[in-house]
Design a protein around this ligand. Structure first.
Ligand code: FAD
Length: 306
């Protein structure tokens, strides 16, 4: 085997796992397909609470922390296949710089490949994503506190999110882009929090040159000035590697893991957004560290049989 552990994905989970395994002197390949694999997730305030870094600088900073650990290699590789081989795995992929095909063998694989968000197909949502269009009040609520906000969506999802966002401001408007499918009870709960509902069709979100939201434009030409729109975007796995290997998924599409962070495929582990649970950079980093410890202990047991 070329490596003890192949980590796929150098976001919070993968970087943190690489750090922990590097400190265990494990031979590690940290492979990330970068922007070509998919667009990196745009923002991250987790480390910035201490360092005021946006996500790319945050990842570069985390990457620089790996430098002392000479058993950890970082490569720009998009991994497109994994198959079990012997007591480990064989992974195939390509170098994102020049498309050179690569084959890697490793005793264990950690998937830290994250998720992708499916945004409404309306002009402005993708352009303002991470700035004027936000997914998580725990991540961004503080920055837009006490400002006019909108919450996009329909049914139970939008009701729950709008009630949550009303913690940060008393000026919330639910925008549904057509029928909101809100029950009388949902409407009553929203009304009680003084949350307004607009079920008009949306034409576009109007942003500034810096991708801040200026207003929401409706089909009748009217505009609603807002500082930000929150939404719970549906998601899918960023990589199909777990699915191709036949690993079990939850009903919500996350990669299922047991209490030791192992998927249903022995030797294949997963951490971070790809698994169920709250999606936060620090939580993904913690999960990455935990997976690394579990993997190191499994490898140690294998090396020191009873
Ligand atoms: C708009 C937005 C803002 C956010 N803001 C915050 C915030 O302020 N604070 C906070 O705590 N959290 C925030 N989050 C959540 C946070 O970004 C995630 O919880 C965190 O990034 C998850 O880390 P991860 O390592 O699991 O996945 P990711 O960070 O998504 O990393 C996955 C990596 O895997 C790579 N990859 C995928 N497939 C392959 C493949 N086949 N081969 C090679 N590489 C591959 C990708 O290129 C990517 O680099 C935000 C999320 C979004 C969408």
């Amino acid at each position: 085997m070329h490596y003890d552990v192949l980590i796929i994905g150098a976001g919070s989970a993968g970087l943190s796992a690489a750090l922990t395994l590097g400190r265990c002197m494990r031979r590690v390949l940290l492979a990330d397909g970068g922007p070509r694999a998919t667009k990196p997730r745009p923002a991250c305030t987790a480390f910035s609470r201490a360092t005021a870094l946006p996500r790319p600088s945050c990842c570069a900073w985390a990457m620089s922390r790996l430098e002392p650990y000479t058993t950890v290699e970082v490569q720009c590789l998009e991994i497109d296949g994994i198959v079990p081989e012997g007591r480990g795995f064989r992974a195939t992929g390509s170098n994102t710089a020049d498309d050179t095909p690569v084959t890697i063998t490793a005793r264990r694989v950690l998937l830290a490949t994250g998720v992708s968000d499916i945004l409404p197909p309306l002009p402005g949502f993708r352009e303002l994503w991470g700035r004027g269009v936000l997914h998580c009040p725990y991540c961004h609520g503080w920055e837009v506190r006490n400002q006019p906000l909108a919450v996009y969506g329909q049914g139970r999802t939008v009701t729950g999110l709008a009630l949550l966002v009303s913690r940060w401001t008393d000026d919330v408007v639910v925008i549904t882009n057509g029928p909101g499918h809100l029950t009388p009870n949902a409407r009553r709960r929203l009304r009680r929090q003084k949350i307004k509902i607009r079920e008009d069709h949306i034409t576009r979100l109007v942003g500034s040159a810096t991708n801040d939201l200026q207003c929401i434009e409706f089909a009748d030409g009217s505009q609603l000035e807002r500082t930000a729109v929150f939404l719970h975007a549906p998601q899918h796995q960023r990589s199909a590697l777990a699915e191709k290997l036949g690993a079990r998924h939850t009903s919500r599409g996350a990669v299922w893991v047991d209490s030791a962070m192992q998927t249903s495929v022995p030797g294949l582990y997963a951490a971070g957004d790809t698994t169920p649970g709250t999606q936060q950079a620090l939580l993904a980093a913690a999960a990455g560290a935990r997976a690394a410890i579990v993997i190191n202990e499994a490898l140690t047991r294998e090396e020191c049989p009873r």
